[in-house]
Ligand binder design. Structure first.
Ligand code: ZN
Length: 281
């Protein structure tokens, strides 16, 4: 039995600040260790629950945060990017269950370090509803018939997951006190809870089922800057709704994720260009 783990960073216990989640920050190397420890807890849980194979997707930022040499040697790792399915890369029909570790709330929603894929997006909507990364990645999983067995992160994203994913187990690693403030479990306590939840979710994988993927996938993204929207609007098939908002009618989930990724990189390019001009002034 194959178990797929996607591991993000913002929802890991002990993480609250930008300094911890951005490469180059003084807190970043310690954050890599905390992230790797939670990944290992989930890997141990998956094998204890009956997995014979575990794939771990490094799912944060540049997608190369996990300390590969300190990862449980039984797991394979999907690392580095860009990659078309972003966080969900490597999630295949062969997986019995998908587990999301270290997740966080959506852009525009309260929660520790909340955002959806990009700091340059103010909101991501699918069929008119604001969505978190967890919900987008769950669409990708559902398209392959894979249910979400467990999600770990702050109290805000755990509440979203319990609504969105039938039968999901959640581990609240911390309570959100603000966007960059948290009341967190000790990392060791979080790891113990993650191991237990992953084990239980793996053991009951055959009893879970994925929600059907909607027939239409209407993607709308709000961009923080109109220049970001200008850059992103160069992608084929994009409709401009207003200065800050683009829409794309995706023919399937894979194309939905590709569109999010294309807009992600184009908006980042616009932000870099603006920052470079600001520095020259
Ligand atoms: Zn994230």
């Amino acid at each position: 039995m194959l178990v797929y783990l996607s591991v993000d960073l913002e929802g890991v216990a002990g993480i609250a600040t930008l300094d911890q989640i951005l490469r180059g920050g003084s807190g970043y190397p310690r954050a890599q260790s905390l992230m790797t420890a939670e990944a290992n807890a989930a890997i141990r849980g998956a094998f204890a629950g009956g997995a014979t194979e575990v794939v771990v997707s490094d799912s944060h930022g540049t997608m190369d945060n996990l300390l590969a040499d300190q990862l449980d040697p039984r797991a394979r790792i999907v690392t580095g990017g860009p990659r078309p399915a972003c966080m969900a890369q490597g999630l295949s029909r062969d997986a019995a269950v998908a587990i999301f570790v270290g997740y966080h709330a959506a852009a525009g929603a309260p929660g520790v370090l909340s955002h959806t894929f990009s700091a340059n997006f103010t909101q991501v909507r699918v069929n008119g509803e604001p969505v978190s990364e967890a919900e987008v990645n769950a669409l990708y999983a559902a398209d392959r018939g894979v249910p979400i067995g467990a999600l770990t992160g702050d109290d805000r994203i755990c509440a979203v997951a319990r609504e969105a994913f039938p039968g999901v187990r959640t581990v609240e690693t911390k309570q959100a006190l603000g966007w960059s403030a948290t009341d967190s479990l000790h990392p060791a306590a979080a790891c113990a809870a993650i191991e237990a939840a992953t084990g239980a979710a793996t053991a009951e994988a055959s009893r879970l089922s994925a929600r059907p993927v909607p027939e239409t996938l209407d993607l709308e993204v709000g961009f923080a800057s109109a220049l970001g929207a200008d850059f992103a609007a160069t992608a084929p098939g994009t409709d401009r709704l207003d200065a800050h908002t683009l829409r794309y009618r995706a023919p399937n989930v894979d194309e939905l994720l590709r569109a999010i990724m294309a807009w992600y990189y184009l908006a980042a390019l616009a932000a870099q260009q603006s920052a470079a001009v600001a520095l020259r002034r």
